[in-house]
Design a protein around this ligand. Structure first.
Ligand SMILES: Cc1ncc(COP(=O)(O)O)c(C=O)c1O
Length: 338
């Protein structure tokens, strides 16, 4: 598909503007020298909404849908450290909507939870093990709000539905446009992956525009089968709304480009190996990764380079998906590891 064609298709969906503009692609000079690959970072941590991050892109389309449907409230869910919940609250406030955040975990007013409260989102915290279990609570709250005459929209965990994926299709188009104008031909584009929307958008977008680029999603501790099923379903459903072949990415291809082994005991664990890497990268390149997503994703990337799974000389783009609030959410654990 031509770049202009994809851009036109994306422009035809309801949307709002939340990003400042295209996020920069920056060469990681010191790390390139050290690793022997040409390493670039797509700074999606600098989207410009709240603390920035990948959810801004998904929310451009999700909030577009909310406004088009005449909704006055959005409900979403996640862990107390959820970057998605904070981004959703910030987008809602900016657009004059209410936000209800349905969260799980330890209630402490710091990190993203503190930011949620500063922005005056309604926060409800439940004692469950996984974010998937929050779905029923979101539905109950939606009913309660509807009874009070409100019109809520439920946004799934991580904003990962086909509408949200459109945001990362646009990111894929942006990457192709920027690499063309920078005279760069990437061999790999690498993202952390959890609820799957970011990986789906990049994978599908590159498959449509530049199929020779390998789009790798590095799991951050979610069960592999669940992740593969989620991404598989999202590819199919997004292909459907885009009107392209839903078999465009085979299950084998999806399995090959979904990398695990870097979850360090499961989603949300904060471990020394990752904190050491966050310190090292900050010291080398002057930007911060987070302990839950980008730190684990980047750890996986560095390990694959070290093992030459990604061969020397490759041109690699890592998408920095944000997550800065995670540093402050886990400040005590991190401080104990310095
Ligand atoms: C900072 C950050 N990076 C990556 C991800 C993973 O993105 P996705 O849920 O689209 O797989 C998230 C999701 O919450 C995130 O907050």
């Amino acid at each position: 598909m031509l770049l202009t064609e994809l851009k036109q298709k994306l422009d035809s969906f309801p949307q709002v503007k939340l990003l400042w503009g295209a996020t920069p692609i920056v060469r990681a000079k010191n790390l390139s020298k050290e690793t022997g690959v040409e390493l670039y970072i797509k700074r999606d941590d600098l989207t410009g909404l709240a603390l920035g991050g990948n959810k801004t892109r998904k929310l451009e389309f999700i909030m577009g849908e909310a406004l088009e449907k005449g909704c006055d409230t959005v409900i979403t869910a996640g862990a107390v450290h959820s970057n998605h919940a904070l981004q959703t609250a910030a987008a809602a406030k900016k657009l004059g909507l209410d936000a209800v955040l349905v969260l799980r975990g330890k209630e402490e007013n710091k990190g993203n939870l503190l930011m949620d409260r500063i922005i005056n989102a309604e926060v409800r915290i439940y004692d469950v093990e996984t974010s998937r279990e929050l779905k029923d609570y979101m539905e109950e709250i939606a009913e309660e709000l509807a009874e009070r005459g409100k019109k809520p929209l439920i946004i799934p965990v991580g904003g990962s539905n086909p509408t949200g994926v459109l945001g990362y299709l646009r990111a894929a188009a942006e990457i192709v446009g920027q690499s063309n104008s920078m005279g760069l031909e990437f061999d790999y584009v690498v993202t952390p992956t959890s609820s799957g929307g970011t990986q789906t958008g990049i994978l599908l977008g590159l498959k449509l525009l530049e199929p020779k680029i390998k789009a790798l999603g590095i799991g951050v501790g979610d069960p592999r089968e669940e992740l593969l099923d989620d991404v598989g379903r999202l590819i199919k459903e997004t292909a459907e709304i885009l009107n392209v072949d839903e078999g465009i990415v085979s299950r084998d291809e999806l399995e090959a480009c979904t990398i695990d082994g870097y979850g360090f005991g499961g989603y949300g664990t904060v471990v020394r190996e990752v904190i050491d890497l966050i310190k090292y990268i900050a010291g080398q390149e002057g930007f911060y990764l987070d302990p839950v997503y980008t730190g684990k994703g980047f750890y996986g990337l560095m390990d694959m380079i070290r093992k030459q799974v990604i061969p020397p000389g490759s041109k690699v783009l890592f998408v920095h998906t944000g997550g800065l609030g995670g540093i402050f959410q886990y400040e005590d654990i991190i401080a104990g590891m310095l």
